[in-house]
Design a protein around this ligand. Structure first.
Ligand SMILES: Cc1cc2nc3c(=O)[nH]c(=O)nc-3n(C[C@H](O)[C@H](O)[C@H](O)COP(=O)(O)OP(=O)(O)OC[C@H]3O[C@@H](n4cnc5c(N)ncnc54)[C@H](O)[C@@H]3O)c2cc1C
Length: 356
């Protein structure tokens, strides 16, 4: 990326999107990368997402401008570098009233979102009248909608990243749990010039197990999704039944993907979609659509635990999705982030590796 550097031997622990994109960027720089994954590549948090490649329009509400900008910048990277594995998705925000503070807030928010994207804005949204919404199967008491565009990943994106890493010479060791590391550069007994810990929500327990101190704590916030046997053309974004947070309904493999929830759990192993979450998601969407969705239409469900960095904010719905890189001798430990911003994390990793 910058300047001339020598090829280094790099070891990565964790084969989620953060570890994989770091491996990909490092391999593009000519470094020799070994990546160790406890299970199979991309089988944990990284396969349990809402599939959005986004800046996170709803984070504007919490004034998280830096994160939104980062996300929008990385969204461009994904869409340009994986054109066959990502697509543009229109998402309509639904509102019960035509002239409401909510519609006004979203109008302003979408304009800020599109302005942040600048020349890399992917497409401009529009206003929808009630008549338009009726034809999408939206209830007749929903008076208006306003849309914006974001990126949506296809399932094949993971396979493509793995393929590109392999062709750049990255060695993958799957079903290989790493028990011990040393900050001098050891993964078990193998020595590397730099080691990167990308264990997502397992970062705190992994560092503790290896007696590496940190002042960051992970807040384990579980999110569940339902796959529903219904086709939808446009994505929808709407307030939940308690009017506290937003839920997405998105097209997904000829079905509808509905999510997500946010529940604090005490361990990253707590990955069950509970009945209460299923009811919450269905009751929330059924406020807006003409033909209510029943439980019989659920064909799959999945849940994952977000690796959020614990913050001072009491309400975890407002927690930041930002990331942090901790340096200890030859060890780089990764905290937080989201799928979309994995390239930002990887760019920072490359800068550190090349310059040290
Ligand atoms: C419900 C939900 C919805 C989300 N939606 C979106 C979205 O729409 N868009 C977006 O951009 N982001 C989204 N995210 C965030 C995104 O999923 C995560 O930020 C990202 O996937 C984290 O990737 P990771 O590589 O850090 O962690 P993971 O994917 O969890 O990878 C860590 C890997 O480390 C491995 N590991 C752990 N310990 C060891 C060990 N000792 N030895 C070897 N391997 C080990 C694990 O098996 C795992 O595979 C969502 C997250 C959730 C939970």
């Amino acid at each position: 990326m910058d300047g001339i550097h020598l090829s280094k031997r790099i070891g990565i622990v964790g084969g989620g999107i953060t570890g994989l994109i770091s491996a990909y960027f490092l391999s593009l720089e000519g470094h020799k990368v070994d990546l160790y994954e406890k299970k199979t590549l991309l089988s944990e948090t990284s396969s349990k997402t809402t599939k959005l490649i986004h800046g996170g329009i709803r984070y504007l509400e919490n004034l998280q401008f830096h994160e939104v900008k980062n996300g929008i910048n990385d969204r461009k990277w994904w869409l340009e570098n994986f054109p066959d594995e990502t697509k543009l998705q229109e998402i309509i925000v639904l509102s019960k009233r035509r002239f409401s503070s909510e519609i006004l807030k979203f109008f302003v928010g979408i304009k800020i979102y599109e302005t942040f994207a600048g020349r890399s804005n992917i497409k401009t949204g529009r206003l929808y009248k009630q008549e338009d919404l009726l034809s999408f199967g939206i209830k007749n008491d929903i008076a208006a909608g306003i849309s914006f565009f974001d990126g949506l990943m296809q399932e094949s994106v993971g396979e493509e990243i793995i393929k590109r890493c392999k062709s750049n010479g990255v060695n993958f060791y799957e079903n290989h749990e790493i028990k011990s590391i040393r900050s001098e550069g050891f993964i078990e007994e193998k020595q590397y010039e730099k080691i990167i810990i990308a264990t997502g929500p397992w970062i705190s327990s992994f560092l503790k197990q290896n007696k590496i101190d940190t002042n960051k704590t992970i807040d384990y916030i579980k999110g569940s999704h339902l796959v529903i046997k219904r086709r939808i053309k446009n994505g929808l974004m709407f307030r939940d039944q308690k009017k506290q947070r937003y839920i997405f309904a998105l097209p997904y493999k000829d079905n509808l993907l509905l999510g997500t929830t946010e529940q604090r759990v005490s361990t990253p192993e707590d990955k069950q979609a509970l009945d209460s979450e299923v009811n919450y998601l269905l009751e929330s969407i059924n406020i807006y659509i003409d033909r209510p969705i029943s439980k019989d239409e659920i064909i799959d469900s999945y849940a994952g635990v977000r690796p959020l960095i614990k913050s001072k904010v009491k309400d975890f719905h407002l927690s930041s999705r930002d990331f942090h890189i901790q340096k200890d001798k030859n060890l780089l430990s990764l905290f937080g982030g989201k799928w979309t911003t994995a390239p930002s994390i990887a760019r920072n990793i490359v800068r550190i590796v090349n310059n040290e």
